[in-house]
Design a protein around this ligand. Structure first.
Ligand code: HEM
Length: 416
């Protein structure tokens, strides 16, 4: 287990040290400061599994996402020094930062295709698309795995939004750039530029569905076009705003989790052999452990909206509270030997997809895509490894996923 480092005396999620390796800081926080205060951002930090689980899952607590769930450092440096008003309902912004109960209602307009049955119906389409692509991809011999997987997840989101799948590569790149840029000035990337490109794709989806009559064929978009919210219809701009975060979540996480997960399997050949032994049965179990161990998103933020006492500390309106999902997922109080990857780890519960009102809208889609990607890749490839020295992990405060993970294909499976 990652032991707390005696040299650690403070935690700042935006510091260079934390960005390069947050795990020793998480161990220190969990052991010594389960509720930690960061003066610079007027922010509380929750690091233990049980605390994150209890607080995110308690709708009575006055924590809302009205300042966004992944603020940048510049945004965090602005002190509120008092209550932050909720965002307006007209025009209404994207549901992920609207207060309850409106968040749940807006989300309900677009989440139909992400429910278990529609996702199950999508599986053949996704598998066929992956199978059609794989031979050409594998013929390259060496390539960046998350970029290839990211094309597949981006095509899925284009398909659901009624966008041409030819747009998938641009959408994936815009999303990866905007995530990498958050809290990472060194890269010289502008998160707003990436967000503008994602927003343009969302607006195009709305225009195309309006033109096609929004007849329900693409409920991800049509659901919001046809919705009645606060006694009125949503404008095109308001509909597009609902699509942005699902597009981001739907494109970037599964590729990072599965690529990193396959890397872990190659480091543990006995585990790779065990997964290979029965792909139909093992891959969904392996994807669960990959989601725990390889989850790229580090934390999600909320703003305190009323005075509240937590663990003997008084939290006041306008302060922030962040929930360290990746610390919780490595908490030895919940997961024995948490820093070891174990494909068939028994898990009573997980925070990989969050908890409570903002619980991941795409979990069923993520699990289907992750399972199919693992099955198809491992069925087609007999021997592969990774160029460890060329692996690069984005050092954004929001994401520590491996963006560059070159895979080398040594032997394909016999097609017979
Ligand atoms: C392995 C893949 C994924 C992981 C690990 C993951 C993880 C998470 C987590 C931890 C949250 C909670 C955020 C919070 O509490 O503020 C979340 C929210 C969300 N996820 Fe995912 N996600 C994944 C895939 C997807 C996919 C495929 C979609 C596609 C629609 C998606 C869409 C969303 C949305 C829209 C939210 C915000 C929900 C809300 O604020 O109500 N995610 N995700």
């Amino acid at each position: 287990m990652c032991a707390p480092d005696a040299a650690i005396t403070q935690y700042d999620p935006f510091s260079a040290e934390c960005l390069s390796d947050p795990y020793p800081y998480y161990a220190w926080l969990r052991d010594e400061h389960p509720l930690y205060y960061v003066e610079a951002y007027d922010m509380w930090v929750v690091s233990r599994f049980q605390d994150v689980y209890d607080m995110l899952g308690n709708p009575e607590l006055p924590f809302e996402a009205r300042e966004g769930t992944v603020p940048t450092r510049a945004e965090m440096l602005v002190r509120n020094d008092g209550p932050v008003p909720p965002l307006p309902l007209q025009p209404v912004g994207g549901f992920t930062r609207i207060d309850q109960p409106h968040q749940g209602r807006l989300r309900g307009f677009i989440n139909q295709p992400f429910r278990p049955r529609p996702v199950a119906r999508l599986e053949d389409w996704f598998r066929d698309m992956v199978r059609a692509d794989l031979p050409g991809v594998l013929a390259q011999g060496e390539f960046n795995l998350p970029v290839v997987f990211g094309l597949w997840t981006a095509r899925t989101m284009c398909h659901l939004a009624g966008l041409p799948t030819e747009m998938a590569g641009d959408l994936r790149d815009a999303i990866n750039e905007s995530s990498a840029a958050i809290g990472n000035a060194d890269l010289g990337l502008d998160p707003l530029d990436g967000l503008k490109r994602i927003s343009r794709a969302a607006h195009l989806a709305v225009a195309r569905r309006r033109e096609a009559g929004a007849d329900g064929e693409h409920p991800f978009v049509d659901g919001a076009i046809n919705a009645v919210f606060e006694g009125r219809s949503l404008s095109d701009h308001e509909v597009a705003a609902q699509l942005v975060v699902p597009l981001i979540g739907g494109v970037e996480t599964v590729p990072k989790v599965t690529s990193h997960g396959l890397w872990e399997l190659t480091k543990n050949p006995d585990q790779l052999a065990a997964v290979r032994a029965d792909l139909a049965a093992t891959t969904s179990v392996a994807f669960d452990e990959m989601s725990r161990y390889c989850g790229p998103a580090q934390w999600f933020s909320r703003t305190v909206t009323a005075p509240v006492e937590i663990q003997g500390h008084r939290l006041t309106p306008g302060q922030r509270i962040i929930f360290l999902i990746q610390s919780a997922q490595r908490d030895p109080r919940e997961f024995p030997d948490p820093d070891t990857f174990r494909w068939d780890r028994p898990m009573k519960r997980t925070l990989a997809f969050g908890h409570g009102g903002h619980f991941c809208m795409g979990m069923h889609l993520a699990k289907m895509e992750g399972r199919v990607i693992l099955q198809e890749f491992l069925s087609a490839v007999e021997e592969f490894d990774f160029d460890d020295d060329a692996a690069v992990r984005s050092a954004s405060s929001f994401q520590t996923g491996w963006d560059t993970l070159p895979v080398r294909i040594h032997r394909l499976a016999d097609p017979s």
